[in-house]
Design a protein around this ligand. Sequence first.
Ligand code: SF4
Length: 439
Amino acid sequence: MKRVFIDTMGCQMNKSDTERMLGMLSYLGYDETKEPKDANLLIINTCSIRQLSEDKAFSEIGTWGQWKKRGKDIKIVFSGCVAQQKQREIFKRAPYVDLVIGTHNIYQLPDLIKRIENGETRICECPDIPYGEKDIEIKRVKSVNAWIPITEGCNNFCTYCIVPYTRGRERSRLPETIIKEAKDALSQGFKEITLLGQNVDSYGKDFKDREYRLADLLTELNALEGDFWIRFVTSYPTDITDNLIETAVKLDKVCEYFHIPMQSGSSEVLKKMNRRYDRETYAKIANKVREMVPDVTITSDFIAGFPGETEEQFEETLTAMDELNLDYSNTAAYSPREKTVAAKWTDLYIPEDVKTERLRRLNEKNMECCLRSNQKFVGRELEVLIENFENHKGKNVVTGRTRNNKIVHIPCEKDLTGHFVKVKIIGAKTWYINGEIID
Ligand code: SF4
């Protein structure tokens, strides 16, 4: 019996890669196990966005390495963004790893696994040029929402970000491949399709043979049969076109939700980050989305303590969150990443204690914004897609999301996972809203 365990770290893109790897491995006879001790093949799918998650990856495979040293017959694969970034260096730190496979190469996995099964060790496959995509089965994690990557990589080179180095230059997947994946997911019972990319709004810019952009893809997906919702993340502010917003409003299955990272409220910091907008431009875009998309939720990302950030510049971030009425933000303290431009500005690094304190204040502001945003919905009737059913402190509860991505908790005796229900919103907390089913 061949069993594979995959530990997936980081973003949805990695989770999607894991679903693809599991699909390919099933053809080699591998079943997935959630228990690393039961596996013959152990894969770590790493994230390099922060040092902490890179350190966690090495610590986890250290345990696997110990098992191997004690004679357990296992193969260890190191994949994902840290693999793409560090390549052969990984063998220095973890000599027991059998295969290092970069983000551009996952479609080569079956051939590489066969080679390590046949006794080859220390294979490193991480070329900079992406290996061609193959039509493969995807073993989706059972859920309501299917994530479908539409672009990979990024051309923006924000000065703090490792993605262009680990995922390469931006490439759009063919619409026919994406539509086929969406149809497959819908036929398996998925009720929501989320299109995924570092910068989804630039989808199609690299097609040489056609004029086809995100708005066209949304239109084709919206025309597929069935009851389902469509979302797309992440949007780069200045790439959001009027045509995209108008299309999103017009299409009934496309949800009223935009994730538009701002990163800082200070125009000077944004310039140092190499973001292609200033505070005013971002505000214009966010306000336009609010005006054009009724009931829209806008979420964002922010970094606290970017090199050289002054107290005044940090406070501009807090005021921006308020002024723009952002509904929710992902927050993080700046973490220097090797190879990036900002990592070289060591003399401008903000002391750890100051970064931590700024992150605390950023989180506090985020909580205020979330609660305010959630309170807007109290008394409203909204459609909710139920995502799970659980017993919480002795009470049965279903949890789902509204079209505008609000999490709703609803007392309910029945497991309604995968159903759309009409809900009256009766209360608001910081991270979710409470509702009651009305039909
Ligand atoms: S837009 Fe900037 S932050 Fe986002 S993935 Fe590209 S380089 Fe990184």
